[in-house]
Design a protein around this ligand. Sequence first.
Ligand SMILES: [Zn+2]
Length: 410
Amino acid sequence: MKASRTAFTNSIAETQRHLAYFRLNYFKERRDQIVSTIRELVEIESPSDNKAAVDRMAEVIAGKFAQLGGEVRFHRAKDFGNHLQIDFNFGGKSAAKPVLLLGHCDTVYPLGTLATMPCQIVDNKLTGPGVLDMKSGIALMLHAIAALQHWHKEEAGHGAESRGELPRPINVLLVSDEEVGSDSSRKVTEALAKRAAAVLVLEPSYGRQGAVKTARKGVGGYLVKVTGQASHAGLDFQKGVNAILELARQIEKISSFTDLKKGLTVNVGIVGGGSRTNVVPAEAEAEVDVRIARMKDAAGIDKKMRSLRPFNRKCKIEITGGINRPPMERTAGVVALYEQAKAIARDLGWKLGEAAVGGGSDGNFTAGLGIPTLDGLGGVGDGAHAPHEHILISELPRRAALIASLIEAI
Ligand SMILES: [Zn+2]
């Protein structure tokens, strides 16, 4: 009995490995097609602060998803590009909860960057603005969905003309303002996440081995504004109240809030103040970046920032801002999703690692709602937001195979 059960288990494992091998080959054969989709997307520049440009990008992407039978919907935004939602939902007939594929079509690069940072292939690298963060991720979504339709058509034995049905409903959301804080899209992201069985975020993976991200820090931003009293530094020195001096003391205090053991960091990143060297400065301000690893630390650091009081009582101090993205914590739901991905990767012949990172993404919002979220499933490469941004072309097939199989397995 025991022996036959073992044999049965072995044969399932064998079948899984055969399937993985077949799928990996499928994408290896289509690697150049994936590369050409990525190139097409990179060559349409889409900086977050240019609505017309991001809208154009979203229209092109919408067309590609529509060709696969997706139902396209734009969430209009006034000051940012429109957010693009695509549903593959069988007309609502399937009882399975959808998987949400999440990403963004904006980049940090201003229009014209392609002139100095062209999209080109150099050995195994594909370069260009946003190629890693995250136009390769969008291309992987498209090719994974197309492949699932192809594989399921073959199973159902339809004719060559027809498109197979997906194994489950899929929602895709590509927002236009991720690189500038996602204020405009957050509600849409959260509403879709609440309906989803899980959220797969196709932001760049971590490191050369392509680890997925199972934890991200939460992010906050504060502006600390100090008002003193201006006076002539020579004639009326004692009548002045130096706002810069007050701010300097505040900066020492603010910086002491950092608690590395808790993964809590406070960085005063920008300071400004004063008008001339011969004037006692009446105004000074600092911009502060706060990162938290655990949601339970959010209220505490927020309270500390808001409780700042002037050392010199003749100064006024004003604090604005708050925690913008909750941390993505490594919850049981996140771990279960990672384990599924790891098992699929194992069948594909590689060891999928995980990483905790300091940067936030829209995955922070969905994980914050308690929806199992796996981030960093997109391209493998280096140099996000930097002149040497690139992806590794050889990693694309197994990435696509992982995503497709994961959509099915959840
Ligand atoms: Zn990104």
